[in-house]
Design a protein around this ligand. Structure first.
Ligand code: SF4
Length: 396
């Protein structure tokens, strides 16, 4: 079967692929929650291997990164950074998609049981926009799929609170890879079963292994939503770790993302040791971006000198975490993501002003495809999912 360019396919091994003529073969692995790109020269061979048509893949870098979970054990994985597989200078420079986004972030609901000090979704949250009903969810999902994203990330707010989560996942299932961002507070047995059934990778937000520190940054809001469905600890860290361990027990794909602030940055090497010993093999660190309007947030910003020092230290300590994919994102450039609000508008973070901007003001709910990368930087978008731009800040 010939795969058409820009169309997302699920291979027999369960990996999602999309051929992008500007980049190569984009691949999402539901077994790791990671995205890679294979050089065009290796595309046909890699697709055949992922469809069990040939048993061998000649390039070990492709095998080590993409074979995990179906052709080799998780602990045997090796994930080069950047995620351009077997480059060897074959790409003249790092290419990026020019038309179809790699990932679309769908803020499924504006409701959230947390009140994080650095939250940048505040303008879309807590009933500032109408919450979608089930018909809206189907419509928004089908519109998102028109842009052929390799992966849809479900976030919010807290996406596990959405009463339409199952419907949403069913619509996306097998049409795109699915990742869910969560605090873990609502990840009960029933939800874990749902995520497992539909091969949704779970990304937990945890900022520090020290309860006092994590809980003061990721505070539980006083008003609990649907308290009967939530875990009952008063610590956001405890909830996240408990849910993470239960998810591991049930063989869900699990990763962690961390917002690094002035309060937590020095603990990152120790935190990495803890995550590695728990079995985490994918860790994304976001260095908190410069706030535009929030004074509390400003105190969290990490000065440049500390960034350099700690990233230099992280680059040394990560050698202890063999087989862990470590991505460090410097959120100074904000126009990297395609966002969809709970009411279905397609947005990007403004790189100059506060808040979000519409991708196409004439068609807010279904932007012209050519307008997407006018507001979103294609280079920052690709780096966000395939590279570790923050790790370039090496201390000197
Ligand atoms: S969990 Fe996310 S959406 Fe909720 S307050 Fe924290 S940063 Fe904002």
């Amino acid at each position: 079967m010939k795969y058409l360019p820009n169309v997302v396919y699920t291979t027999k091994s369960g990996l999602f692929v999309r051929q992008d003529k500007n980049v190569g073969l984009l691949v999402y692995s539901q077994y790791t929650g990671l995205i890679f790109v294979v050089h065009p020269e290796d595309t046909d061979n890699t697709i055949s291997w992922m469809n069990f048509e040939n048993r061998l893949i000649s390039r070990s870098t492709i095998h080590n990164a993409l074979g995990v979970g179906w052709d080799k054990k998780v602990k045997e994985g090796a994930f080069p950074m950047p995620h351009y597989l077997e480059g060897q200078g074959k790409w003249d420079s790092r290419p990026w998609p020019k038309r179809f986004p790699i990932v679309i972030n769908w803020l499924l609901t504006g409701n959230c049981p947390l009140a994080c000090r650095y939250c940048d979704a505040e303008d879309l949250m807590r009933q500032k926009r109408p919450e979608p009903n089930v018909e809206d969810i189907k419509l928004i999902a089908s519109r998102i799929l028109l842009y052929n994203p390799l992966v849809v990330v479900l976030s919010g707010g807290e996406p596990l609170i959405s009463p339409h989560l199952e419907e949403c996942i069913k619509w996306l299932y097998k049409r795109a890879g699915i990742i869910i961002d969560t605090s873990g507070l609502y990840l009960n047995e029933e939800k874990r079963e749902l995520l497992k059934k539909y091969q949704v990778a779970v990304r937990f937000s945890i900022d520090s292994p020290i309860p006092k520190c994590n809980d003061s940054l990721r505070c539980l809001s006083k008003k609990r939503i649907n308290p009967g469905e939530a875990n009952n600890s008063n610590s956001s860290l405890k909830n996240a770790i408990q849910s993470l361990c239960s998810s591991f027990d049930e063989n869900l794909t699990v990763s962690v993302q961390t917002v690094a602030t002035r309060k937590t940055i020095n603990d990152l090497p120790f935190f990495g040791d803890r995550l590695f010993s728990l079995g985490i093999r994918s860790w994304r660190i976001h260095l908190v971006s410069l706030p535009k309007d929030n004074i509390n947030y400003e105190r969290l910003f990490v000065p440049m000198k500390s960034r350099k020092n700690i990233l230099s230290k992280l680059n040394r300590t990560k050698k202890r975490w063999k087989g862990m994919d470590l991505q460090i994102l410097d959120d100074m450039n904000r126009n990297y993501a395609v966002l969809v609000s709970p009411d279905g508008e397609f947005l990007a973070e403004s790189n100059v002003g506060k808040g979000k901007i519409l991708l196409d003001s004439d068609n807010p709910f279904q932007p012209d495809i050519h307008k997407i990368f006018q507001s979103v930087s294609p280079k920052n978008h690709a780096m966000r999912y395939l590279d570790s731009p923050g790790s370039r800040w090496r201390g000197g």
